[in-house]
Ligand binder design. Structure first.
Ligand SMILES: Cc1cc2nc3c(=O)[nH]c(=O)nc-3n(C[C@H](O)[C@H](O)[C@H](O)COP(=O)(O)OP(=O)(O)OC[C@H]3O[C@@H](n4cnc5c(N)ncnc54)[C@H](O)[C@@H]3O)c2cc1C
Ligand SMILES: NC(=O)c1ccc[n+]([C@@H]2O[C@H](COP(=O)([O-])OP(=O)(O)OC[C@H]3O[C@@H](n4cnc5c(N)ncnc54)[C@H](OP(=O)(O)O)[C@@H]3O)[C@@H](O)[C@H]2O)c1
Length: 541
């Protein structure tokens, strides 16, 4: 483990107390006793925070399986470690990191500033730039696992195929593809909603002669230099891939179904002074994180009022940005959305719209009719291609239903219970599936804030309940159906108010238009709700 990281974490943990105590001492000996006294409450608070917390007695009699070693899985693991529950993380891939291990496409990076797109209890003063690129985020997550000594607990190449509740033992039997069976009191499913790629089903797709792959399964053995390449999809992935390909390929054809709102991405490298301040004075980083959180959170009221003058003004400003960059009226018409800002995720980039000024980059907005052996035919004509990249997003439902889950009723798999519009209490709990927690479950996604913040809230919520069960020596916890129904009633009543309901959005809606993945409230409210630990909502044994 890098000594630098350990020293920094020491500084992060104890630094504020040491600094305030030194300041207290200086004020005291210089005779500024009143000022010194003012520092006593924060000093006492910090000291209290650092006091060791006891683990619930008997915790070591319980164990948990965490499925997935992405950010959610790693956070869950650390929280279980804190309360002393044994845990094993099962990961289908060869390495930890989830999203940040699987996605290696050119241009992959986060779109939330890294000092906020990171785990709150493992801040990192060394981000090399405002929006870190994929490999740096992956390294950060590896450091996280090393620091918290998680590696011995992670088993790779263990694709979970089935979880079955044993009502006699009050335990889950977790089976993996290679036939291994693990038994645990609790299962935390941290598979995320974005690991099953969504592939189009156009007529003739299989007949295409050249390489074709989804951006999340980038085939690095294919050299696209000097080729005619088609990219389907203009969501966050497409927006990141297009500028990179524009530099490399001979001709780039972007097949756009719906335009995307794009805002400039100010992405400077981290300056030495910022690095020095953040690493020496950890409190400054905490404050910066707070500023970033509130900046994002301030957008939320606008998402509930897409017709408000302020929301309209923001829309006009972003449209103005499109016009300023694109200049050509035809390109402005094609690449400027007509739906409300915020209905689909706003994608920051200072290179995407700019790419269309290059002579080798074309946008095709005609409806795709078929794929042939040598290209794509749209209603406007045929485009010859050597390779096709699908930046067509993810199947959230398939991602969540990554394996069979059989609860109290052996005849009903969770996938069937969920159908096309999954329901859960706070995204985490499903009636009939005791001691089973889904992180990134139904109605937990956010598009106006950092997903990591939401994941941390959910893992805290799940592990608070586990701690409570351990403390009270309970065997099982099953959410009451009426509690889920009440919660879902409120969620479904709230979603029509949200800007997401104002346009067709395949990424967030099912065929009936139900916005099942989205959390229709603010992140502050999610945080508040995730503090809840109320056993009366459950059937308890
Ligand atoms: C390219 C990309 C960029 C993103 N950038 C941002 C961003 O900038 N800001 C933001 O807020 N959000 C972003 N997101 C959303 C992102 O998904 C989350 O921020 C976060 O990384 C999700 O973490 P997770 O642990 O929930 O899921 P994942 O990272 O997807 O991890 C799930 C893990 O579960 C494993 N798994 C799945 N099925 C099984 C199984 N059957 N058995 C065993 N293991 C299994 C997978 O292999 C994976 O390792 C991005 C998403 C993508 C795809
Ligand atoms: N850090 C980042 O910047 C980053 C990078 C990548 C991903 N992500 C996150 O990951 C999630 C997925 O992003 P994504 O860009 O991969 O997917 P996405 O947002 O779902 O976008 C998919 C794109 O593909 C288009 N599409 C889908 N099916 C198509 C078809 N059959 N033919 C033609 N076009 C089709 C969609 O058009 P329609 O709009 O018409 O449906 C959309 O433009 C999002 O939550 C995103 O925020 C973030």
């Amino acid at each position: 483990m890098d000594l630098k990281v350990r020293l920094w974490m020491w500084n992060h943990k104890y630094g504020p107390l040491v600094h305030l105590s030194l300041l207290f001492y200086v004020l005291w000996i210089t005779g500024l006793n009143v000022l010194a006294f003012l520092l006593l409450p924060p000093i006492a608070f910090l000291a209290y925070q650092l006091m060791p917390r006891g683990q619930p007695s008997g915790a070591n009699k319980y164990n948990a399986i965490v499925v997935g070693s992405g950010i959610a899985g790693l956070c869950s693991a650390v929280k279980l470690q804190e309360i002393g529950v044994h845990f094993t993380v099962l990961e289908k891939g060869k390495h930890l990191g989830g999203t940040w291990w699987w996605n290696t496409y050119p241009g992959v990076a986060c779109d939330v500033i890294s000092h906020f797109y990171c785990i709150s209890f493992f801040p990192n003063p060394w981000w090399s730039r405002a929006f870190a690129k994929g490999p740096e985020i992956h390294q950060y997550l590896t450091n996280f696992a090393t620091y918290f000594d998680l590696h011995p607990h992670i088993k790779y190449n263990q694709k979970v195929s089935r979880c079955k509740w044993n009502p006699e033992l009050f335990k889950w039997d977790v089976t993996t593809d290679d036939g291994s069976v693990y038994t645990a009191n609790f299962v935390i499913s941290a598979c995320g909603q974005l690991h099953a790629p969504k592939m189009p089903t156009y007529k003739g797709l299989e007949s295409f002669n050249g390489p074709k792959f989804h951006n999340t399964q980038w085939d690095h053995s294919v050299d696209l230099t000097g080729k005619r390449v088609g990219v389907l999809g203009t969501g966050a992935s497409g927006v990141q891939v297009v500028p990179q390909l524009a530099k490399q390929v001979d001709q780039l054809y972007v097949f756009q179904r719906t335009a995307t709102w794009v805002v400039p991405k100010f992405d400077p490298e981290t300056s030495y002074w910022k690095l020095a301040i953040f690493s020496l004075l950890p409190i400054t980083m905490t404050l910066y994180r707070w500023v970033l959180f509130w900046q994002s959170e301030m957008r939320f009221p606008l998402m509930l009022k897409p017709d408000s003058p302020k929301a309209k003004m923001i829309g006009q400003n972003i449209a103005g940005h499109h016009a300023h960059v694109l200049k050509d009226p035809e390109m402005i018409r094609k690449l400027t959305p007509t739906y409300n800002v915020g209905c689909k995720r706003i994608t920051p980039s200072s290179f995407y719209l700019e790419s269309f000024a290059k002579p080798n980059v074309y946008v095709e907005t005609g409806k795709i009719a078929e794929v042939t052996c040598d290209g794509i035919t749209t209603e406007n004509g045929h485009t010859q291609l050597d390779a096709i990249i699908f930046a067509t997003g993810f199947d959230r439902l398939r991602s969540m239903n990554a394996f069979e889950v059989i609860g109290q009723d052996p005849k009903i798999n969770l996938c069937q219970a969920w159908g096309e519009a999954p329901q859960a209490y706070m995204g985490l709990f499903m009636s009939g599936y005791p001691n089973y927690f889904t992180i990134s479950g139904p109605n937990t996604s956010t598009a106006h804030n950092s997903v990591i913040f939401s994941l941390e809230c959910q893992t805290t919520h799940a592990v608070n309940y586990i701690a409570q069960m351990v403390q009270s020596e309970l065997k099982s916890l099953d959410i009451k159906p009426e509690v889920t129904a009440d919660h879902m009633g409120k969620i479904r009543a709230r979603t029509p108010l949200h800007v997401f309901s104002t346009c067709v959005n395949e990424a967030y809606q099912n065929a009936q238009g139900v916005l099942w993945p989205m959390w229709p409230y603010s992140m502050v409210y999610l945080w508040w709700r995730s503090m809840e630990c109320d056993l009366s909502l459950f059937d308890v044994k």
